[in-house]
Design a binder for this molecule. Structure first.
Ligand code: RET
Length: 296
């Protein structure tokens, strides 16, 4: 008891806090040093808010149930995003973690609360991607006229990708295991890419939505590839980019992969509602083996 108190005092005397609180992170974000990072979050809160208003307005007259489902799924993307970024901006979903031996940022210090051992990890991002990215894939799968089997496969693999990416970011015991999680996540990602590039591309041809699907497919694949690249280059990976730059990279990718993507998709749906309505009901119109029988 006395020894513990003495140890605490010794630590306090060196000016090293035992734990970084939410308030410490909040104060850092409000300081000049944390301003760049803070801005990368608030830009997205503003854009997500504007997108929500715009998408609700754009969808006000959509009546076909499948088109409505595409709208609801797509509207969830900025809704999840505004919650995700609010979590980060308040300091709720980021923590200072000490990286394991062998990691490029092992032994580094974060300028929070006067200097704390560890790296600022924005783990809330990976958690909330597990909610937003399935919505993007649901909307794309519906647009391609795909069946429930393929939509389910893509979504489950995608959730696997996000959760194992979260595990990679949060593992502090072993450097090797961080990368092992990373490669598991990449394996899930390959499944998602296969469904998007091969299965849904073919389904969209049959469904008559190939043109818009191909545009959104390319946008999605190019943007999504950026996330594992910045993870690897940023503070979680080999740490050649600092936390604020990595956060800006993710925020920039988010702007295109979410708001611009969603706007292009919803504008097309509004203009082509009859094409969507013309797809057979049920999630199996474009290809065999689906939930509903093919009508050809
Ligand atoms: C991680 C790290 C581990 C390996 C892989 C990743 C992929 C992440 C992706 C995220 C996409 C996010 C989007 C969010 C929109 O809300 C987790 C970075 C493969 C592809 C589009």
């Amino acid at each position: 008891m006395i020894e513990t108190a003495a140890a605490d005092l010794a630590v306090a005397a060196q000016g090293v806090p035992l734990e970084v609180t939410q308030t410490d992170i909040w104060n850092y974000l409000q300081s000049d040093e944390g301003m760049l990072l803070n801005l990368s979050l608030w830009v997205n809160i503003a854009l997500a808010g504007l997108s929500i208003l715009l998408f609700v307005f754009m969808g006000r007259n959509v009546e076909d149930p499948r088109a409505q489902l595409i709208f609801v799924a797509t509207l969830m993307v900025p809704l999840v995003s505004i919650s995700s970024y609010t979590g980060l901006a308040s300091g709720l979903t980021m923590s200072v973690l000490e990286m394991p031996a062998g990691h490029a940022a092992a032994g580094s210090t974060t300028p929070i609360a006067g200097g704390t051992d560890g790296v600022l990890t924005m783990w809330g991002r990976y958690l909330t991607w597990a909610l937003s990215t399935p919505m993007i894939l649901l909307a794309l799968g519906l647009l391609a006229g795909s069946n429930i089997t393929k939509i389910f496969t893509a979504i489950v693999a995608d959730i696997g990708m996000c959760v194992t990416g979260l595990a990679a970011a949060l593992t502090t015991s072993s450097h090797a295991l961080r990368w092992f999680w990373y490669f598991i996540s990449c394996a899930f990602f390959l499944v998602v890419l296969y469904v998007l590039l091969v299965e849904w591309a073919a389904d969209a041809e049959v469904a008559g939505t190939a043109e818009i699907f191909n545009t959104l497919k390319i946008l999605t694949v190019v943007m999504w590839l950026g996330y594992p690249i910045f993870w690897a280059l940023g503070a979680e990976g080999i740490a050649v980019l600092d936390v604020a730059i990595t956060s800006w990279a993710y925020s920039g990718l988010d702007i295109v992969a979410k708001y611009i993507f969603a706007f292009l998709l919803l504008r097309w749906v509004v203009d082509n509602e009859s094409t969507i309505a013309g797809m057979a009901s049920g999630l199996g119109s474009a290809s065999g083996g689906g939930a509903a029988p093919a009508d050809d």
